[in-house]
Design a protein around this ligand. Structure first.
Ligand SMILES: [Cu+2]
Length: 440
């Protein structure tokens, strides 16, 4: 079908081109010059401009009526300012659209070629220049000032009794986190992320879990290296060099100093073990690539442990232990709830790429950037139930969408939002998973 349409278009274009050629030829035979256009032709062309203008305007107006109302009323306090700003902009654009297009189509009609008319030479008019510079400047300034004011309503500091919700994004889902009774979010570090700790919340236990897990991996890899012939031979020559006080094999960072008797005994023991494996015939030989890959992996895991060990305990200004406060954080997946009429401060974080948290019904959107927490605040004004009544749609749900094309499953990156009374919200929150409970 598509091919057929394409074919019709191609044939149509060829036909028009041929017709134009025939017309040119016939004009030539009638002895007309190309630039001589009859009055009838001019009138016809300029009238078509006017016809086109009316069709164009009618389609535009129809589209506004048909598709103009694409969002339900704003469900947040600041959303009304956003809508007002949007409508003001739209009204302005529509006004300019009709004025400019009317001039564009009416002028060719009004000033169509006329043998008896002479063009008026009009090179400059300061007053006119002033008008079309100053008027747009004032109008644009109003938009910008109004816009900044609305922006500040959303991004200004939240009040003390605001509820704080962290929205954590990764390819391809959202996780909401509520601070526990202590009112603090536990600090996080990506090095601590595990399936049981998807946000990498720092706790003493979390550090231990990762440390044990990574150490276990290193031990396993090391065990495979400990029977590898090339690795053992390299170790052997290193130990021998150390034992004999030499710095012979180009290891510049080995300082040549006396080693303690304990170290000496340890190295000799190790040397004995290496010799045992080598002489037992149990040693295996890995390809260079496999051997290096294992060494690389050990290096990276080692670095991971170092980074975890570098995490320093800290206290919040009110004396709470930074590694304790995360324990009562509530981790929410799939759908999160908000109480009506309370100020909510959202903090956005991302694990991998830039996502964009978009809550169309609250007229709010913010990028979630890896390594850079972002935020905004909203106050929900309509509960989910009321909105269902307003829209006469029992299926309606508020939604958080990803509005940045972030990868293959971007389309699927959404989370439901429920706005309800404070009591319902409180009992919902009390039932949510507590992070520390998930650790066990
Ligand atoms: Cu995304």
């Amino acid at each position: 079908m598509k091919l057929l349409i394409l074919l019709v278009i191609v044939v149509g274009v060829i036909a028009v081109a041929q017709l134009a050629k025939i017309y040119q030829l016939s004009a030539h035979m009638r002895g007309l010059r190309e630039e001589e256009i009859s009055e009838a032709d001019t009138r016809m062309n300029s009238s078509l401009w006017i016809v086109f203008m009316f069709v164009f305007f009618a389609t535009t107006i129809w589209q506004f009526i048909r598709y103009g109302d694409y969002l339900p009323p704003s469900a947040s306090a600041h959303g009304e300012s956003v809508d007002t700003l949007m409508n003001y902009n739209l009204a302005l654009v529509i006004f300019v659209f009709f004025v400019v297009n009317t001039l564009l189509f009416v002028f060719p009609y009004k000033y169509r070629y006329n043998k008896n008319r002479k063009a008026h030479f009009f090179p400059h008019d300061t007053r006119l220049e002033l008008i079309w510079t100053v008027v747009p400047s004032v109008v644009l300034a109003v938009i910008i000032i109004f816009g900044l004011k609305t922006w500040a309503e959303m991004t200004g500091p939240a009040s003390d009794d605001a509820i704080r919700v962290e929205i954590y994004s990764k390819q391809f889902d959202w996780t909401a986190r509520y601070a526990g009774d202590d009112g603090h979010f536990g600090a996080t570090d990506f090095n601590l992320i595990t399936p049981a700790n998807p946000l990498g919340i720092i706790t003493v236990e979390g550090v231990k879990v990762v440390n044990d897990k990574v150490s276990g991996k290193i031990a396993k890899l090391q065990a495979t290296l400990d029977i590898e012939k090339g690795y053992l031979l390299a170790q052997k020559s290193d130990i021998e060099a150390t034992l004999h006080g030499g710095d012979s094999h180009g290891h510049g960072d080995h300082e040549s100093h006396e080693i303690s008797p304990e170290q000496k005994a340890h190295l000799e023991g190790r040397l004995q073990k290496i010799n045992d494996v080598l002489s037992s015939g149990d040693a295996v030989v890995l390809s260079d690539a496999a051997y290096e890959a294992k060494e690389d992996k050990i290096f990276r895991l080692d670095r991971h442990i170092q980074r975890v060990l570098e995490l320093q305990p800290f206290e919040f200004s009110d004396g709470l232990n930074g590694w304790e406060v995360g324990k009562d954080d509530r981790i929410v997946k799939g759908e999160f709830h908000l109480p009506i009429g309370r100020e909510i401060e959202f903090v956005f974080r991302s694990r991998d790429v830039i996502h964009s948290a978009f809550m169309p019904h609250f007229r709010a959107q913010m990028n979630a950037v890896p390594g850079l927490p972002t935020r905004f605040k909203i106050t929900p004004t309509i509960t989910t139930d009321s909105m269902r009544t307003i829209l006469d749609n029992p299926e309606f749900n508020y939604i958080l969408l990803c509005n940045k094309v972030c990868g293959a499953a971007h389309f699927n990156m959404a989370m439901g939002i429920v706005v309800e009374s404070q009591e319902k919200y409180d009992s919902w929150l009390a039932e949510q998973n507590v992070y520390a409970a998930e650790q066990n």
